[in-house]
Design a protein around this ligand. Structure first.
Ligand SMILES: *[C@@H]1O[C@H](CO)[C@@H](O)[C@H](O)[C@H]1NC(C)=O
Ligand SMILES: *[C@@H]1O[C@H](CO)[C@@H](O)[C@H](O)[C@H]1NC(C)=O
Ligand SMILES: *[C@@H]1O[C@H](CO)[C@@H](O)[C@H](O)[C@H]1NC(C)=O
Ligand SMILES: *[C@@H]1O[C@H](CO)[C@@H](O)[C@H](O)[C@H]1NC(C)=O
Length: 530
């Protein structure tokens, strides 16, 4: 989370530079970095093993890989024998050796949470969400332009949380509230902005308002854009009467390793179920006092989540956007998950050419009014006759490639962007691929021109060629240089897709030298992408 981009980003950079173990990134440095992290995990594990556990040796691999390695009776003796294992004695070690939490190591026993609801629909609607927007009076003026793009006054509930009152607050924005005074909290090393303490308390302060019918508290920054319809669908999968902490981590490997691969990065937004918010509120202030040296608000929330024993439930549609450059690579190969949020829009190139970033985001959101779940979803098909590969990233861009590229290639993001701290084109938390050196193998991009029709079942969107000049080359393959526009008729994504996801299939329906007409919809029996 952040309030002041210059301050926060400067300190994030300073913080990263001060890390002795990695001043600039290369593959070798990255592997050292991984080594440091796994060593520190090994340390944490060894520490546990040293505790007398009857006469049994506990193998670290059992702890790191699978819970079934510890039978329930072993688990009980394990806990008894470490009863003297005080938090304060271990805490400093964990602080100085941030351990990477292995995935799938622990499944939570959530029996302590109130009345688990019956299975089935949780009935969550937009009205059951309370948004908490981390903001400040000083940066509000330049940053609220993104909130206007997604906030629906009268339909959405929530507040922008400020440090000081602001005059002339428009009705088109969420109302603001002034955060409680946090000057009694220590910010020991001043590595991060003081406001991080204030912003980390938004969920607790929002809980204390005792608003009726709340299922979820959703945090975001003042420059985070949400696709609210998708957020609702994503949260509806989870029972708000149980403990859930939902979000995603950073695109940049170093950020994820430094802060935690299991932390919800605040700019991308995260959701806390009502039941969890209740427990969190009751312990947060005490918890904050135990972590005075942290950097961000999201890091403080994460620390308290670890004390509550609640893991991050990752949803791939939350985007911290810890990148610079052109987000095209990420957005055109979006994971098979609904787009929920985007952050750092000021740090990346406008999403559409020839537009300012707020115009571009507004343009992208046009398609979400027609088929929110479909936005950015990639469908892949081929023009066999001319040996072209077609990739539709719905509502955003269609790419035409010379040659037949399999889906396993086309669904990997191309490196049109660099990482957050070190501006490297390699250090990401997901696989990427370079653009081919031969420009004649580069795709031609057709960006969304307009949404021509949006009905109950289908939509029609038009995409227009971006490059003005022909991208011709000597390859013995049909040239796509005369193509001007592409029409995509698409079946809307069904509600069932949120539970069981599958790429929609696409088919080239019709074409001439200047236009393509593509259909996107459910795959037919036996239809594959090849
Ligand atoms: C608990 O730990 C403290 C300090 O490490 C030690 O002095 C004490 O004897 C321990 N108590 C038991 C019951 O092991
Ligand atoms: C916050 O509390 C401190 C200490 O009680 C006080 O000095 C300060 O003026 C307060 N700030 C505001 C904005 O009320
Ligand atoms: C860029 O936008 C302006 C105004 O919106 C328009 O007149 C111009 O033709 C556009 N240029 C391109 C290359 O699309
Ligand atoms: C592209 O060019 C660079 C620099 O000339 C070279 O190092 C790299 O191996 C080339 N990549 C491919 C895929 O040919």
């Amino acid at each position: 989370m952040e309030t002041s981009p210059s301050l926060e980003e400067a300190s994030r950079n300073r913080l990263a530079k001060s890390q002795s173990w990695s001043n600039h990134v290369s593959i070798q440095n990255m592997s050292k970095l991984v080594a440091v992290v796994s060593l520190s995990f090994a340390f944490a594990c060894a520490y546990i093993v040293l505790a007398p556990i009857s006469n049994q040796r506990v193998d670290c691999s059992l702890i790191t890989t699978t819970r079934s390695g510890l039978s329930s009776s072993n688990e009980a003796s394990f806990l008894d024998s470490t009863a003297n294992y005080s938090l304060s004695s271990v805490l400093p070690r964990f602080l100085h050796h941030p351990a990477r939490t292995p995935e799938a190591s622990i499944t939570l026993d959530q029996t302590s949470s109130p009345v688990p609801s019956a299975t089935g629909s949780t009935g969550t609607t937009l009205g059951n969400i309370v948004f908490g927007i981390g903001a400040s009076s000083q940066t509000w003026e330049q940053r609220h332009k993104y909130i206007k793009l997604w906030w629906k006054p009268g339909i959405m509930r929530g507040y922008a949380w400020l440090d000081e009152p602001v005059k002339n607050w428009p009705d088109s924005l969420p109302p603001y509230r002034i955060s409680e005074n946090t000057s009694h909290f220590e910010n020991a090393r001043m590595v991060g902005p003081r406001s991080a303490i204030r912003i980390s308390r938004i969920v607790s302060e929002a809980y204390r308002l005792k608003l009726p019918n709340v299922h979820w508290f959703v945090m975001g920054d003042d420059d985070t854009v949400f696709v609210a319809e998708n957020l609702v669908q994503v949260l509806s999968k989870y029972d708000h009467n149980l403990f859930y902490y939902i979000g995603s981590n950073s695109e940049s490997h170093r950020q994820s390793l430094h802060f935690s691969t299991e932390m919800a990065f605040g700019g991308g937004g995260f959701a806390i179920s009502y039941a969890l918010a209740k427990s969190f509120e009751s312990m947060q202030d005490a918890c904050l006092h135990r972590y005075p040296t942290m950097y961000g608000s999201d890091q403080r929330v994460h620390a308290c989540m670890t004390e509550l024993g609640v893991p991050l439930t990752k949803e791939l549609g939350f985007h911290q956007m810890d990148i610079h450059g052109d987000a095209f690579g990420i957005l055109s190969a979006h994971p098979l998950a609904p787009l929920v949020s985007m952050h750092h829009l000021n740090a990346i190139k406008p999403l559409f050419p020839n537009m300012s970033q707020d115009q571009a985001v507004q343009h992208l959101l046009k398609a979400t009014q027609v088929d929110p779940a479909g936005i950015l979803q990639q469908s892949i098909c081929y023009d066999r006759k001319r040996s072209w590969s077609l990739s539709v990233s719905w509502g955003y861009v269609v790419q035409v490639f010379r040659g037949i590229l399999p889906p396993k290639e086309l669904q990997i993001p191309t490196r049109t962007f660099v990482s957050w701290i070190e501006f490297s084109d390699k250090a990401f938390t997901f696989k990427t691929r370079p653009l081919p050196n031969d420009t004649c193998l580069h795709p031609i991009r057709f960006y969304l021109e307009n949404v021509a029709y949006g009905g109950n079942k289908h939509s029609t969107t038009i995409y227009k060629r971006a490059q003005a000049t022909a991208n011709d080359c000597s390859l013995e393959m049909a040239s796509h240089s005369t193509l001007k526009s592409i029409r995509v008729v698409k079946e809307k994504v069904s509600a069932a897709w949120f539970k069981v996801r599958r790429r929609q299939c696409c088919r080239l329906i019709d074409s001439d030298t200047t236009h393509l007409h593509i259909y996107v919809g459910s795959c037919r029996e036996g239809e594959i992408i090849a």
